[in-house]
Design a protein around this ligand. Structure first.
Ligand SMILES: Cc1cc2nc3c(=O)[nH]c(=O)nc-3n(C[C@H](O)[C@H](O)[C@H](O)COP(=O)(O)O)c2cc1C
Length: 204
């Protein structure tokens, strides 16, 4: 992992915004650069689930999310884009990145990626990762899953995409919701080949 290049992190309008926010926290606290793309539809869910205002202004989102995580000192390492800013850095394969994580990833975004629609910055950036053979990790959040969801995920998995559902294991010392979130975030980072010690690994 070359820390000179950013990791693209996208948050779509699915439940489990905390997983996206905590993944961002890990990246920034560990001196990775992040280009964060927020779905315009995630506003309501972030407000409802976390009391986090992901306003429709890039500068405000930047400020609010760092304040929420209490890591304002890491602002230089974070760039924020709206999903309609199709001209942004992650839209081009010529812009070097270490790949992309979409967490949480809605079934709608998964369907768009699986069919190559690339109609917003999130699905375009994912399409770029596929064509440039860069790591792409999706954290699908829906239950139960229908056959369309499963077929789309199978198609992407066969293209080398990491499909990491946010399912906590219960074998580590999982005592709090935070432990459970860290377990999932640790698994997301593992899949993306980012070293971390966010959860207790199995060893006997
Ligand atoms: C409160 C709320 C929770 C939602 N949770 C999910 C979810 O967990 N998974 C999902 O696939 N869609 C969920 N949706 C529906 C998506 O927001 C919707 O399909 C949207 O078009 C996805 O757009 P995006 O992927 O561009 O962000 C939810 C919607 C609302 C209002």
């Amino acid at each position: 992992m070359n820390k000179d290049n950013p990791v693209i992190l996208a948050i779509t309008a699915a439940s489990g915004i905390i997983f996206g926010v905590k993944t961002l926290e890990f990246l920034l606290k560990n001196d990775f650069r992040a280009e964060l793309v927020i779905s315009s539809k995630a506003y309501y869910i972030a407000q409802h689930e976390l009391g986090l205002a992901l306003s429709h202004e890039r500068e405000k989102i930047h400020e609010n999310i760092l304040k929420f995580l209490k890591i304002e000192n890491k602002k230089e390492n974070l760039k924020v884009w709206l999903d309609n800013e199709i001209w942004a850095n992650p839209s081009s394969g010529s812009y070097k990145t270490e790949g992309m994580i979409i967490v949480p990833c809605s079934m709608g975004s998964i369907a768009s990626i699986a069919s190559g629609l690339a109609q917003n910055l999130i699905t375009r950036a994912a399409d770029v990762c596929l064509k440039e053979k860069r790591p792409l990790t999706l954290v699908p959040r829906e239950t139960p899953l229908n056959s369309i969801h499963l077929e789309n995920m199978l198609k992407l998995s066969k293209l080398g995409v990491n499909i990491v559902p946010p399912i906590p294991g219960f074998y580590g010392k999982i005592e709090t919701i935070d432990d459970s979130i860290n377990f999932v975030v640790g698994k997301i980072l593992d899949a993306s080949k980012i070293e971390n010690n966010l959860y207790e690994r199995w060893q006997i």
